[in-house]
Design a protein around this ligand. Structure first.
Ligand code: NAD
Ligand code: UDX
Length: 463
């Protein structure tokens, strides 16, 4: 029998967009996305579809076309589990902040809670799909819980990691490079795999749907993120060398990217990678390697994080040094707070750490980001616990206008590569800044020559 009802636990950056696209492409399947977070579900159900909780280009249109038809958002987790033939687990798997593996291992408490809830509620056979990014061999723990605490019904566990990137989630979901599905090698396992293949086959060419064993699938996700992040750290390492030697990192990236064995994507030097995935997943990989005694493997991948931390730190340090070794009392305007353009997600954004370093030096920061709310910005800073919330409020302001954000500033720091920054009236910005007017472009986004012609002192990354 084919799948008629899907439940997805977790209405976040992955669960929401992924299920919206499945609902759009599979009108015969009823998709219910559930979450414990009532305000998040309320936002997904907001009458005005522009108010859905996640900003992704093209997402609100898809939600509008399916919501109330075959796409539902609800807090009734038990009901949705009970009714579903297939259950996706798409909850968060953050880095542990306590106990064994603190700061490294993935915290699987939300995953385990889901498994126990499914076991308690399920009264007929179900296929459980790991959509969250999980340490290799997690499926066996989920299976153990389901088999030992369940009602005697049969569960098949599949691993179906998600490769979408934020900001391009809809495009990535509509035309994925590949869909990866891992399952048991038993006959039942293979049948379950085929049911999930049939869903994706509604819009993804068969040859791009890859099936593997569960462990390969789980480990491929961590490996993909590690390789991607490693490319960014590699080019960022070169950016520092470029600055010392007169080479230009953009030219170097272009030159090496034209080698088809290297490829041109993901070679953009920046203030450092952010986002909820790269750091978390590499730390998890490092922890797993260490737990098998593979210290050289662990050290190798840990360097990717060490390099990234260095890149964020040295960006802040360079601002301080360039502003005559003191930023105390100086206004510095931040353009961008999100970890990349076209998203309102700020998790692990480099901007947070640069702001933290500059606030330690008593800078006065004024942030403008087209999509990130003031509350989120203060939440991010307060979360670091470097200073009290009152101190953060005293040192940082949020402005909803880029021109007033830069008014009387000593310097501008570009932290996110929002396209609109390129189109600003830079002469007007220059006229209202203190002189010399500095720009620290952490994304190599702006037109250096044009800005220097206006009079700015411009510094990009890696040149
Ligand atoms: P998120 O924090 O945006 O969403 C997770 C949601 O799960 C939250 O809304 C939370 O309230 C909910 N939740 C947690 N426990 C629950 C429970 N027991 N019952 C019901 N709801 C519960 O996280 P995300 O960014 O969507 O990431 C989810 C997973 O997908 C993670 O493992 C992540 O590594 C992986 N992933 C993320 C991305 C990305 O770009 N964000 C890409 C690929 C994979
Ligand atoms: C990443 C993976 O790309 C995606 O496949 C996975 O499913 C989730 O993690 P995401 O974190 O959403 O996606 O965005 P991504 O485009 O990978 O960017 C991550 C960070 O690296 C951003 O801060 C981005 O600005 C930075 N980056 C990316 C660079 O600095 N240079 C680059 O060349 C590419």
């Amino acid at each position: 029998m084919s799948i008629k009802k899907i439940c997805c636990i977790g209405a976040g950056y992955v669960g929401g967009p992924t299920m919206a696209v499945i609902a759009q492409k599979c009108p015969d399947i009823q998709v219910t996305v559930v979450d414990l977070n009532e305000s998040r579900i309320a936002a997904w159900n907001d009458e005005n579809v522009e108010n859905i909780p996640i900003y992704e280009p093209g997402l609100s249109e898809i939600v509008a076309s399916c919501r109330g038809r075959n796409l539902f958002f609800s807090t009734e987790v038990d009901k949705a589990i009970d009714e579903a033939d297939m259950i996706f687990i798409s909850v968060n798997t953050p880095t542990k902040t306590y106990g064994v593996g603190k700061g490294m291992a993935a915290d699987l408490k939300y995953i385990e809670l889901c498994a126990r809830q499914i076991a308690r509620v399920a009264k007929n056979d179900k296929i459980v799909v790991e959509k969250s990014t999980l340490p290799v061999r997690t499926a066996s723990a989920i299976k153990d819980i389901l088999d030992h605490t369940g009602n005697g019904v049969q569960f098949q566990i599949l691993s179906n990691p998600e490769f979408l990137a934020e900001g391009t989630a809809v495009a990535d979901l509509l035309a994925p490079d590949r869909v990866l599905i891992g399952g048991d090698t038993t006959e039942e396992g293979q049948k379950a795999i085929q049911k999930l293949v049939a869903i994706y086959a509604n819009w993804v060419p068969q040859e791009q749907i890859l099936t593997t064993n569960v462990w390969s699938s789980e480990l491929s996700k961590l490996t993909a993120n590690a390789f991607l992040a490693q490319r960014v750290s590699s080019i960022n390492a070169m950016s520092e060398l470029c600055e010392k030697t007169g080479a230009d990192v953009n030219e170097v990236a272009k030159a090496i990217g034209m080698d088809s064995r290297i490829g041109s994507k993901f070679l953009k030097s920046s203030v450092g990678f952010g986002g909820s995935c790269f750091q978390k997943d590499i730390l998890n990989l490092v922890y797993i390697a260490k737990s098998y005694g593979l210290n050289e493997v662990a050290d190798y991948w840990e360097q990717v994080i060490i390099m990234n931390d260095h890149q964020k730190r040295r960006f802040a340090k360079n601002i301080i040094q360039t502003l005559y070794n003191t930023v105390a009392g100086k206004k510095i305007a931040f353009l961008g707070w999100a970890f990349k353009k076209d998203t309102n997600d700020t998790r692990e954004s480099a901007a947070i750490y640069v702001a933290d370093d500059l606030l330690n030096e008593r800078a006065e920061i004024c942030v403008f980001d087209p999509k990130v709310s003031e509350d989120q910005i203060f939440f991010d800073l307060d979360y670091l616990e470097t200073r009290t919330p009152a101190e953060n409020k005293a040192g940082l302001q949020v402005d909803d206008n880029p021109y007033s954000a830069a008014d009387k500033a000593h310097a501008i720091a570009v932290l996110t590569e929002w396209d609109e920054f390129k189109t600003y009236d830079w002469q007007r910005i220059y006229d209202n800044m203190l002189k010399p007017a500095f720009i620290f472009d952490g994304r190599n986004l702006l037109d250096k020559e044009a800005l220097e012609k206006i009079g700015f002192v411009y510094q990009g990354i890696g040149s």
